[in-house]
Design a protein around this ligand. Sequence first.
Ligand SMILES: Cc1ncc(COP(=O)(O)O)c(C=O)c1O
Length: 467
Amino acid sequence: MTSKHIPYKTYLTEDQMPSQWMNLRAAMKEQHDPFLHPGTLQPLGLEDLTPVFCEELCRQELDTTTLMVDIPEPVQAFYRMYRPSPLVRAYELEKKLGTPAKIYFKFEGNNTSGSHKLNAAAAMAYYAKAQGLTSLTTETGAGQWGTALSTACAHFGLNLDVYMVKISYEQKPFRKAVMETFGAGITPSPSTTTQVGQAILAKTPDTNGSLGCAISEAIEASMRSDQSRYALGSVLNQVLLHQSIIGLETKLAMDQLEEYPDVVVGCAGGGSNLGGLITPYMKERLEGKSLTRFVAVEPASCPSLTRGRYAYDFCDTGRITPLAKMYTLGSDFMPAPNHAGGLRYHGMSPVLSKLYHDGEMEAVSVTQTKAFEAAVLFARTEQILPAPESAHAIYGAIQEALACKESGEAKTILFGLTGTGYFDMKAYQQYNEGTMTDYIPSDEDLQQGFDGLPQVDSTLRDAAGCC
Ligand SMILES: Cc1ncc(COP(=O)(O)O)c(C=O)c1O
């Protein structure tokens, strides 16, 4: 019997690119608990969201029924500048590991922003322009989201103000230069330019900042003008919807190859790349058509799924956002300055949190030195220098492949390679010199974050007259 030939890289043609996104919520039997208004603790309505986000994005955020959503033609045209992205068979990695498993990865790093973040940025900038707005504000951790939104805002003709987590601002000066090249204004967060920033600095003057702080500042800044809205690059349902382009392209390509993943692995910061990658496959699992496993990989320094609480919490540190029911370390939790800046977020997408809580997904955590060990092995075999965030997915995929080596099973493993790490050379330098350290929070450290969780569940129970 001759086995079928699988190429190193499978590219769809531009004509084959999906013209619709897929809304995973419409495939879920049970929805995640609703977002709550931070003042009234009542479920959020459209009118609560529209002062913060563009109108169409608010509709998408609350839509639990529309499975397929048309991608506006200008967004499709933008996608065609850098998509379809390749599905790669990691032959060299397989060989090095000596595994019978087949390893595939979907590579999202082939654009200037260097990551998958451009998929959602394009949609957000388009909807803002279509609504007649002049500007957006946002936060950025590692810098990929800020870069992506700068690129999209330059294309659609919008101003952009980016609040960049202070530690990343200091570690990655060239990220700032890229964003400025695309016309964005960058402020290190926490800053003295917002009330929230001033309050955080008064409490913790030496803070490295966090995504939670930067979100608070960006929202406050956007509220100063009715021509401006805030854009968030992860966590939200709308972002998972836009990132479903990753999974839809992957499934089309794998179907062409007559392949189906036994396990899908992705790194999880706020959950957008993983949510997007798994969407069409999770739909089939929820419909009882497959038993594919889904594995989220997170940093041991910021373990929201593996050690967090499933509770209502604020999405930001300044406590001005709506409350989301999610796996969280508490919005006061200040993650250690791990190099995977995009994974240093205290919470997790409510959709992924619900799926994890219901046993439809698994999660593991890894220290940064182990993640970099995987990154270096991957770079030397597959010739792509991965982003530190993506290294977490590589680590997870390698663990699955080594388990196959042990059991002799030839499973099909798919993982998301979300981006490249060329702005993370300080981190690689530390790893290569042997000076990289690991930080794993103690139970006491985590308890401090949990102590700050809002007492929402009991309040709601009391309001409903339950015991
Ligand atoms: C390259 C890369 N991968 C992954 C992530 C994690 O984000 P998410 O969980 O939303 O995909 C980030 C976030 O900045 C990133 O830049």
